[in-house]
Design a binder for this molecule. Structure first.
Ligand code: PMP
Length: 346
């Protein structure tokens, strides 16, 4: 079989897809993927002593749901756990189908997964302040009747929270499901949408442990009305969260003090990064409620390469958001190296 024959066998919607850009680029200071610079200390691996390698994981992730429920004040019937929230985006779109509406720029997996599943995607540009364009969104809601709307707040890669009032208006107007993806909520000064869950049956909240020091585990979760959880659960693969991840995540969620220090440190470092970047003449950083900062610069491609030569890896977004790079908040020392390089190179 020739390579072209294989291409011709692929479903047309997949043929035209571009894979998610997540390559390992070897580098000392890794500030490209919105991970936490802090791993857990102490014996969060103790639970692995009891792990039976010959047995499948708990298919319902019962203990993990209890641990998540305890942390967020919700009950297990309102939680579904995934192999990262990426997997849950897949399940949600598989369950409800499209059209799928999302603002742009935003986290690219909503569009990639919708397209892979053959669903129509409606991408509405954000306004100049990176907030939701309410008029255009409400028009599209009325005209296209999206079955799903994905709103990342704080938004990746712009870093801001969308106006809560605008999100509320969209939830009110939508006859479909609205997923508020709160992957970066731990770093935000706003309270988020969890307290509103009880009032809105079409509201789904998505969270992840990836940004708070556990990216290696691949654990994300959805919080929603039990009726929604039960439907999405029908398309879940039987053993989607492995035993190691379940056990370590349960132990890590008990480490409240460490978690809170990680988050506080990241927020204060983000503020330091922002104010030092704002003082540089040729750089415009955008205010962030997340663990990263988007910034505009004259020659983003050159700067990206120059930083890389100094062993500092950031994300080049120049393709999607003209002139922009994104830097993840690292440790104090990593941030200082980044700032020094940026100052010297700009
Ligand atoms: N949502 C948003 C907004 C993200 O930025 C990311 C990670 N980049 C994810 C979800 C995926 O997170 P996870 O690691 O849980 O799959």
């Amino acid at each position: 079989m020739k390579e072209n024959d294989i291409k011709n066998l692929v479903r047309p919607v997949v043929r035209s897809l571009r894979p998610y850009d997540a390559k390992e680029i070897p580098c000392k200071i890794k500030l490209d993927a919105n991970e936490s610079p802090f791993g857990f200390k102490g014996d969060i691996f103790r639970a692995l002593k009891f792990l039976k390698t010959n047995r499948y994981p708990d298919p319902e992730a019962k203990e993990l749901k209890i641990a998540i429920g305890r942390r967020y004040g919700i009950s297990s019937e309102n939680i579904l756990v995934g192999n990262g929230s990426d997997e849950l985006i897949y399940y949600i779109i598989t369950t409800f189908g499209g059209p799928v509406l999302h603002p742009i720029p935003t986290f690219s997996m909503y569009g990639i997964i919708a397209q892979a599943l053959g669903e129509k995607v409606i991408a509405i540009p954000l306004d100049r302040g990176f907030d939701i364009d309410l008029e255009k969104t409400l028009n599209a809601v009325e005209k296209e009747k999206p079955r799903l709307i994905f709103l990342s707040s704080p938004n990746n890669p712009t870093g801001n929270c969308f106006s809560a009032e605008r999100i509320m208006k969209i939830i009110d107007a939508s006859k479909g499901i609205v997923v508020v993806d709160e992957a970066y909520q731990p770093f935000s000064s706003e309270q988020g949408f969890l307290p509103l869950l009880r009032n809105y049956r079409n509201l789904v909240i998505m969270r992840t442990l990836s940004k708070i020091g556990l990216a290696a585990l691949r654990v994300g979760f959805v919080i929603a009305d039990a009726a929604i959880i039960n439907e999405v659960n029908k398309v879940r693969l039987p053993f989607n969260v492995n035993s190691l991840s379940q056990a370590i995540a349960v132990a890590a969620l008990k480490e409240k003090k460490q978690l809170s220090v990680f988050i506080k440190t990241i927020i204060s470092e983000r503020e330091r990064l922002f104010s030092e970047m704002a003082e540089m003449n040729s750089i415009t950083p955008y205010p962030s409620e997340a663990n990263f900062i988007l910034f505009k610069i004259k020659n983003p491609d050159d700067m990206y390469q120059a930083l890389l030569r100094r062993d500092v890896l950031v994300r080049n977004l120049n393709d999607g958001i003209k002139g922009c790079l994104r830097v993840t908040v690292g440790t104090r020392q990593e941030n200082s190296v980044f700032l020094k390089a940026l100052r010297e190179l700009s």
